[in-house]
Ligand binder design. Structure first.
Ligand code: DGJ
Length: 558
């Protein structure tokens, strides 16, 4: 090998090494594109090449149609200690005439986020976004006015709904082209700064008021064989399917061929809707990702109290019944994210956290009762983000609205803890405190130790009512740095540690400090001793570091 061959090999080697260690591919301009990295059942959202956890808030539906209305959104998010804004962008305003695009609102949103040091998730309100009884409220006028070309789904009585049929290829292509144009624009204005970190594709998709589309094209597909690709996915994942789908399929003796009713029985209409809505949206997402591959997700309208059959909720929205069908139908959608407004937050969150799906809360109630679920999302569920809906007026004239205090307190303590949480996710060393109906709650920490949270501002008595909770007054997180070294952060509760073996007692404290974290480095500010030697966050929000005296080794003889 001569010298120039040697140096060429060296250059190739250096390039390969650089690519291997550099992580995600860089687009000219510097920072790597945001990515959702999936290793086994672990998920990490990577922003600027580093793990990123979303403390967010979503603007009201119409706030992004006028930049002036975004001012309170930015101010509120800053006052809330949020790091990410979720803001809608509207097909009808972006493409007022076919093929003519106007991105000035998108540019204003990106500029506003940058000025306030926030990252952005843009919500594509395209074919699907429910408003009253229409699912296609945000389609441009030229789509609404041309039902012959952009034809509608039909109900069981063959009546057209005000919703594009998932079988309408002209609408799918138009939506995909518009979304690709949006992604091309974002790429051109944001590749060097990466303000936009994720895209929501459509909003709470599905068909309301019908169990499925009953248009002639849909009826033919319903009686045709279930697509082989879906059957293969279900066979490959047969031991891990969600309970409703597994039961419906088992009832049909795990048939691998046949029409939708033959394979899925009673679940067939919803399964059918999920597949075809999912395929449509995947085509839109794929067109956008081809241009600029940001991580993309879809949000789901979860089944709410009082809704008993598909059509009460939009049939085909990614409910737990049909989550697996969505996974097969939409490989370009990385996350199926539940919008949880109801009291049984933890139950729904548990349904959506799967080996194939991380927990991402992109909508939840902007109320004190739901704010502490930020802790459970990031701790027990190893979630990637938490964003309540409708935060526009959390702060006004620089003053926090009292309704926003619990969320601001939650984000205030979480903000400096994010690097630590990123480090300890998936280790089993993160625990959350969320006040329920009872005055105390036991949090098992290990085989040796439990924590008991006490809520002096009691909110209820009597036996635990798992799905009913009053407005929460307390929330927090516990991080186990070592078996005798804990971070306890949050507000509204007092914590006691209890040993689980030996004499019934609480361990002695070695020290309690109040402080904060810089990165993963503890920065103590105040030593608590004497009258203050308690793990008390009643006056929170605050962050405590609690070191326990190791229990003396137990001996077998007196
Ligand atoms: C859920 C929708 O996804 C949001 O866009 C908004 O309409 C909220 N409901 C209102 O509560």
């Amino acid at each position: 090998m001569n010298l120039s061959q040697k140096s060429l090999s060296l250059c190739v080697l250096m390039l390969v090494t650089t690519l291997l260690v550099a992580g995600p591919p860089a687009i000219p301009g510097g920072l790597p594109i945001p990515q959702l990295v999936h290793t086994g059942s672990h998920y990490r959202l990577m922003v600027d090449g580093r793990p990123f956890l979303i403390l967010g808030g979503q603007a009201h539906n119409s706030s992004a149609s006028n930049p002036k209305d975004l001012k309170p959104v930015w101010d509120s998010l800053v006052a809330l200690h949020a790091n990410t804004a979720e803001v809608p962008i509207y097909w009808e305003l972006i493409e007022p005439r076919p093929g003519q695009f106007d991105f000035h609102l998108v540019d204003d949103i990106i500029e506003g986020a940058r000025q306030h040091h926030l990252r952005l998730i843009l919500l594509w309100f395209g074919t699907w976004k429910w408003v009253e009884d229409t699912g296609m409220a945000y389609t441009p006028a030229w789509i609404k006015e041309n039902p012959a070309r952009y034809w509608h789904a039909r109900d069981a009585l063959n009546q057209p709904l005000f919703n594009i049929s998932p079988f309408c290829r002209s609408a799918e292509e138009a939506d995909a082209q518009a979304f690709a144009a949006v992604m091309q624009h974002i790429k051109s204005v944001d590749s060097s700064q990466r303000t936009v970190i994720m895209m929501q594709v459509e909003n709470e998709s599905g068909l309301e008021g019908t169990d499925r589309d009953h248009s002639p094209a849909a009826n033919r597909a319903y009686q045709s064989p279930v697509p082989g690709h879906l059957m293969r996915y279900l066979e490959d994942h047969r031991n891990h399917l969600m309970p409703a789908l597994a039961a419906a399929w088992a009832d049909r003796s795990y048939r691998t061929t046949g029409s939708w009713p033959q394979v899925f029985g009673d679940l067939a209409p919803e399964a059918f809707s999920a597949w075809y809505v999912g395929r449509y949206i995947d085509a839109v997402a794929a067109a956008g990702q081809k241009v600029y591959p940001l991580p993309m997700y879809c949000n789901a309208w979860p089944i709410s109290p009082g809704e008993v059959r598909p059509g009460d909720w939009p049939s085909g929205t990614p409910t737990p019944h049909v989550l697996d069908i969505w996974k097969a139908a939409a490989p370009h959608i990385a996350v199926l994210a539940p919008d949880i407004y109801s009291a049984n937050f933890l139950e729904i969150a548990a349904e959506y956290r799967r080996a194939t799906n991380p927990l991402l809360i992109v909508e939840t109630s902007f109320s004190p009762s739901h704010a502490p679920f930020a802790f459970s999302t990031l701790a027990e569920f190893n979630g990637i983000g938490f964003s309540p809906f409708g935060i526009d007026h959390a702060a006004e004239n620089g003053k926090l609205n009292p309704r926003a205090k619990a969320l601001a307190d939650s984000f205030e303590v979480l903000e400096p803890l994010l690097p630590l949480i990123e480090k300890y996710q998936y280790t089993g060393k993160l625990f959350s405190v969320v006040q329920g109906a009872d005055r105390a709650e036991t949090i098992p920490l290990s085989h040796e130790l439990a924590a008991v949270a006490y809520y002096p501002r009691g909110l209820g008595f009597g036996p635990p009512r798992p799905n009913v909770f009053p407005p929460a007054a307390a929330g927090g997180i516990i991080i186990e740095l070592a078996p005798d070294d804990y971070v306890v952060a949050g507000y509204g509760f007092r914590l006691e540690f209890r040993e689980l073996h030996g004499p019934p007692r609480s361990p002695q404290f070695l020290s309690i400090e109040e402080g904060t974290f810089h990165g993963t480095q503890w920065a103590p500010e105040r030593r608590l001793n004497g009258d203050e030697l308690h793990v008390s966050l009643l006056e929170g929000p605050r962050i405590l570091r609690v070191r326990l005296l190791k229990p003396a080794p137990r001996s077998s003889s007196p």
